[in-house]
Design a protein around this ligand. Structure first.
Ligand SMILES: *Cc1c(COP(=O)(O)O)cnc(C)c1O
Length: 405
């Protein structure tokens, strides 16, 4: 399929290019010594991770440890309440540890093991990526340093406890605002010193090359499985595919299975409290081109060109940019990016829980909310939603802030 001049039959061969670019987005805007470390990971990725031995081992892990393939569920009662459109969810909430993040963490940690590294390091904000990486590190017997702001450590006590129980070393970062940005800086600084013995494991399709490509490829298991399962269940492809977009990893995993198909693809960004800067984290919808955290993409900037403060009810979505491949697909028009706000999201959280017996993560509830709106417009056809994670982590907060609806 050719779409606005891009040939999607050969898309994965051509994007990213050898320097890590998707069109003008991507690349590696980092100091020379870090660039060397990234080049080593890129080389290892193309030699080790593309070998049949590695692929075979990762397949076995996905089946026996992660519990893949995760199912697709038909949402019978919700679909019935909306009219003639059929809604389905890909159940990443049933992936081990409760979200899609383990898909790329197991891949990254297995690569670390094959490269002879002793340790994996990363930063975490809400703690979800830290927990997934700590899970992978425990499985492979790797050391694991997770950098986390002091403020986030206080806010995210259950995830901090999980990481510690799994044997990770949670490194408290106290400078500046002591949140995610400082944790990223501290983790990169540590990595620059320690890169011979460890690898940095990025938590989404962001950061310098090769991470946007690697994380997409490890997440593509979601889209590949979903396409096959959907065809088997219904005999056709879905008319639309929907996923929430923070950094963009669950979305890229799902979308990569359908880019070359006549399927409408929707990425859903968090509108938070509204369209005023600081009240949302809809970077592709309201952002402009720029470089942050080592890559060129579309981002939300303040008046000094620095990453803007962002907000969403879903802490997994409040990042001031998204992966470079999303910026590319956005400009190309292959994926349509749109927003839903906090209120619509909380309604969808309760609707899916009540009507289907599935409690979704607040992040995933953004995709559910959008699909409900889309179903009302479409009148007929089918929508496949990527349910990126389960909502256990969000229940206390939602009851305290919104009560039972
Ligand atoms: C972290 C997280 C997200 C957002 O990350 P992406 O890289 O955009 O997928 C979405 N859903 C859940 C459940 C998460 O934990």
């Amino acid at each position: 399929m050719n779409f606005n001049g891009v040939e999607f039959d050969t898309y994965f061969k051509n994007f990213p290019d050898d320097n890590g670019y998707f069109g003008k987005y991507g690349g590696a805007y980092i100091p020379d010594d870090l660039k060397k470390a990234m080049d080593e990971i890129t080389d290892a990725y193309f030699t080790i991770a593309k070998s049949s031995k590695f692929i075979g081992e990762l397949r076995r892990i996905r089946r026996d440890f992660q519990g893949r393939p995760t199912p697709i569920s038909y949402l019978e009662r919700l679909s019935g309440s909306l009219g003639n459109v059929q809604l389905y969810v890909k159940r990443e909430d049933l992936n081990h540890s409760g979200a899609h993040k383990l898909n790329h963490c197991m891949g990254e940690a297995l690569l670390a093991k094959y490269m002879g590294k002793k340790k994996v390091i990363a930063e975490t904000g809400a703690g979800q990526h830290g927990v997934a990486l700590a899970t992978a590190a425990a499985y492979f017997g790797l050391e694991c340093d997770i950098y986390m702001g002091a403020v986030d450590i206080k806010k995210q006590a259950p995830n901090v406890a999980r990481m510690k129980i799994l044997g990770a070393n949670v490194v408290e970062v106290t400078h500046g605002l002591a949140t995610l940005k400082e944790a990223v800086d501290a983790a990169f600084e540590a990595y620059t010193k320690e890169y011979k013995d460890c690898i940095y494991c990025i938590g989404s399709v962001v950061g310098p090359h090769p991470f946007p490509m690697m994380v997409r490829d490890f997440q593509s298991v979601v889209g590949i499985e979903a396409r096959e399962q959907f065809l088997e269940m219904t005999g056709e492809l879905p008319d639309a595919v929907v996923a929430c977009v923070g950094g963009g990893s669950n979305a890229m995993g799902m979308f990569s299975g359908f880019l070359n198909d006549p399927v409408d693809i929707y990425g859903v960004e968090p509108l938070g409290r509204g369209p005023k800067m600081g009240d949302h984290a809809a970077s592709l919808t309201y952002g402009t081109e720029g470089v942050m955290h080592g890559f060129n993409s579309i981002m939300l900037k303040d008046e000094n060109g620095e990453p803007a403060p962002v907000y969403s009810v879903a802490s997994g979505l409040d990042y001031p940019s998204s992966g470079p491949e999303h910026a590319f697909l956005h400009d190309l028009g292959r994926v349509k990016y749109d927003v839903v706000d906090d209120e619509e999201t909380i309604d969808a959280f309760f609707t899916l829980s009540r009507m289907e017996g599935i409690i979704p993560a607040i992040e995933s509830s953004h995709a559910v909310a959008y699909a409900i709106k889309l179903a009302k417009q479409m009148k007929k056809g089918s929508i496949l939603i990527n349910l990126s994670g389960r909502g256990d982590k969000d229940m206390d907060y939602i009851i305290e802030k919104y009560g039972i609806r």
